[in-house]
Design a protein around this ligand. Structure first.
Ligand code: IVH
Length: 678
């Protein structure tokens, strides 16, 4: 075989392997074999440059140094897209489309919105001739040499292509490649990159294409911009691009309605975490080329396409300081004070740091750049620390050693994550926290009192323990006032104890005396005694005296009361101040025993019922009360033993799936109301 033929053969074989590997994701030879063939070709081309193909796979290793990128005009403007952020806006888009099309049926394609940068690729006689960045939309940089290093972008088209062809798409870096690159940079003491998108965009602007080749980029094409005379519907054009060997994304879906698009969006909103690359939304396009042409463009966007942006879950900020909050049980929670930033549409200034171990694990220090995410919780949390900009005098964070409120030395019990302030009886936030808990909706339910008013009463020295509430004297509290500043908004609110306010407070407190025993028990705030445990204890022991008299063994014998709870109950009643408090509450006339109540009916006859979602006829608490009043039992989690679930709006999909799987009956609140009225 002649050298020329050998070069041609190797070139063709390597191109085919690249295609199999990068486009079909189905390699036909090992990486090692590939590298050996590539080396052989390199050698031959070096010796016989006159036979080398300008689009040779060896060029993908890079080598051309581009001093300055040439500016090249785009064949047609490279537009961006309008954005929608919720279902309502998406439906509005659909309404506009329907109106513009005027009563004729239409379809959408839904595709992923890749988070990289846009590129236009020109193919002349099937050969990659030019790659241009988006630039300002009218003209961009010629980055052909760099794009040639991207293995998934074919240098030669397959099939029956027109002489002039232009496709557009997105170039990006896979998450894993980004991570590897950053690890290497960290090892070399170089500055770390922020995210895959910026890194990809920065990479393509590198002057040295050999550098570009070291940072693996990938791409998907989503638009057939010039295609000779033949015009195709969008869905068909994606298929055609595939036939030409151009990488397109398989997740794309043809949809018959906006509801189908919505299902696609909902799926990818969560499934995107499993993708190897980042997407920041979904792009929807009217499928028919004719309809697209009819609809046209605004000055900025096509009227026939729209992007749906996922909420950004992560934002960057700076740790300014750490404050420590003391809860009612004395647990000290560290809170990060951050440089204000936007996250999911709200300004965030604070984030949870959980506990000392969490801080140590993150090794987060004052002044560090941090990444904050909003998970299911309301309070966002710091998930990552960028240490690259750390100054030399940065020091590791030491957890507070004394209580920020009362200066008592903090303690940490074995096996516990939290540091605690042991000054239970003298530490202000613990005292106020206990009172707030006591008057809470699930305990004594004094809704005329709240955090602010309790603070006023505390400051005035009128309440130091919950029993003091029942000794409040109208004359003494009338006229008290205090300005309270909302930390988040800076708004000032004056709390003043006018006649009417005072009357409401005192009436509320008086009414609380008839709250049932289990609520009183819960209101005491015994550690680990939540609402359910309080009920268990109350119904098992029937009276406060019996609960107080129970020893460890007796408590342990109660179903679902474990050793930790039992010990906590014993510890609570060992404390003299607590026993005094109980005595005072008893004298104040609180309910200290279970009053067997008359059931409204027993239609539910012990049925175990889960309430899930939100309702219109009743509130969740009302539903739960109706269940109990009619002989049913409220349970929180769905299991085989569950008799039925009352399903409201926005019941979680996981719960629904579980109920279906276990064959647990699901009924609506209307069905339930019918059942009870029977
Ligand atoms: S279509 C005229 N499809 O998002 C239609 N764009 O915010 C032009 N993008 O500039 C774009 N994935 O860089 C389209 N599947 C996709 C996309 C996509 C990512 C980018 C593209 C565009 C930007 C608009």
């Amino acid at each position: 075989m002649s050298t020329q033929a050998k070069i041609q053969e190797l070139t063709a074989a390597l191109k085919e392997h690249n295609y199999n590997y990068y486009v079909l994701a189905n390699p036909s030879i090992s990486d090692r074999e590939f590298d050996m063939k590539l080396k052989e070709l390199e050698k031959l081309e070096a010796a016989f440059p006159q036979f080398a193909d300008p689009n040779s796979p060896t060029q993908q290793v890079g080598g051309d140094i581009t001093k300055n990128f040439n500016t090249v005009p785009h064949s047609t403007r490279m537009l961006s897209l309008g954005n929608t952020y919720n279902k309502e806006e998406l439906l509005d888009f659909d309404t506009r489309v329907a109106k513009l099309i005027g009563g004729i049926a239409y379809q959408y394609t839904a595709e992923l919105k890749f988070d990289g940068f846009a590129i236009a690729l020109r193919y002349t006689d099937g050969k990659l001739s030019q790659a241009i960045t988006r630039g300002d939309g009218t003209q961009g940089d010629d980055v052909t040499a760099n794009v040639r290093t991207i293995r998934s972008i074919p240098h030669q088209l397959k099939g029956n292509y027109p002489a002039h062809l232009e496709v557009r798409g997105e170039i990006f870096m896979h998450k894993a490649a980004f991570q590897r690159l950053n690890e290497e940079r960290a090892k070399n003491g170089e500055e770390m990159y922020k995210n895959p998108r910026n890194t990809a965009a920065g990479t393509i602007k590198q002057q040295d294409s050999a550098e570009v080749a070291k940072r693996p980029l990938d791409g998907f094409l989503y638009q057939l911009a010039e295609h000779g005379k033949e015009e195709l519907d969008h869905w068909d054009s994606l298929q055609r691009m595939r036939e030409y060997g151009l990488p397109t994304n398989d997740a794309t879906q043809l949809c018959n309605s906006i509801e189908e698009v919505w299902t696609f969006i909902e799926h990818w909103e969560s499934a995107r975490k499993k993708l190897s690359f980042e997407i920041d939304g979904v792009v929807i396009k009217v499928n028919s080329r004719l309809q697209q042409q009819e609809m046209g463009f605004t000055s900025k966007f096509p009227r026939w396409a729209m992007s749906y942006k996922f909420e950004t879950e992560r934002a960057e900020s700076k740790l300014l300081s750490i404050s420590y909050q003391v809860g009612r049980t004395g647990a000290v929670t560290p809170v990060a004070n951050l440089e204000p930033m936007q996250l999911l549409g709200t300004t965030v200034k604070r984030a949870s740091l959980h506990n000392a171990d969490f801080i140590a694990q993150l090794d987060v220090r004052l002044g560090d750049t941090v990444f904050v995410e909003k998970g299911g919780e309301i309070i966002p949390k710091i998930v990552e620390v960028d240490t690259s900009n750390r100054s030399d005098d940065s020091v590791p964070t030491h957890f507070a050693s004394v209580c920020p409120e009362c200066s008592t030395a903090l303690v940490r019990e074995e096996g516990e994550a939290a540091y605690r302030c042991p000054n239970t009886m003298g530490c202000p936030p613990q005292i106020k926290g206990r009172i707030e808990h006591f008057i809470g909706r699930k305990a004594m339910d004094v809704d005329s009192l709240g955090e602010g008013k309790i603070d006023v009463l505390y400051q005035a020295g009128l309440v130091r323990r919950v029993a003091d509430l029942y000794q409040l004297d109208k004359e003494k509290i009338l006229g008290l006032s205090k300005a309270i500043v909302n930390e988040a908004t800076g708004d000032e609110r004056i709390i003043s104890f006018q006649e009417k306010t005072v009357d409401n407070i005192l009436t509320g407190i008086a009414l609380s005396k008839s709250q049932p025993f289990e609520k009183v028990l819960f209101g005491l705030g015994i550690r680990f005694v939540g609402e359910t445990v309080a009920k268990k204890l109350a119904f098992h022991f029937k009276t406060m005296n019996a609960v107080m008299a129970a020893d460890l063994e007796t408590l342990n014998a109660v179903s679902e009361i474990g050793g930790v709870i039992a010990k906590s109950v014993i510890d609570y009643f060992m404390v003299t101040e607590n026993r005094e408090e109980i005595e005072l509450l008893k004298n104040a006339g609180l309910v200290f025993e279970v009053v067997e109540k008359q059931l409204a009916s027993n239609v539910l006859n012990g049925a175990k019922i889960v309430v899930s979602g939100t309702f219109t006829l009743f509130s969740r608490d009302e539903l739960k009360k109706i269940i109990e009043d009619n002989g049913g039992v409220n349970v929180s989690a769905i299991s085989k033993a569950t008799d039925f679930v009352i399903v409201g709006d926005s019941m979680g999909p996981a719960k629904k799936e579980k109920a279906e799987k276990l064959g647990v009956k699901m009924i609506s609140e209307d069905d339930f109301a019918d059942m009870i009225s029977e």
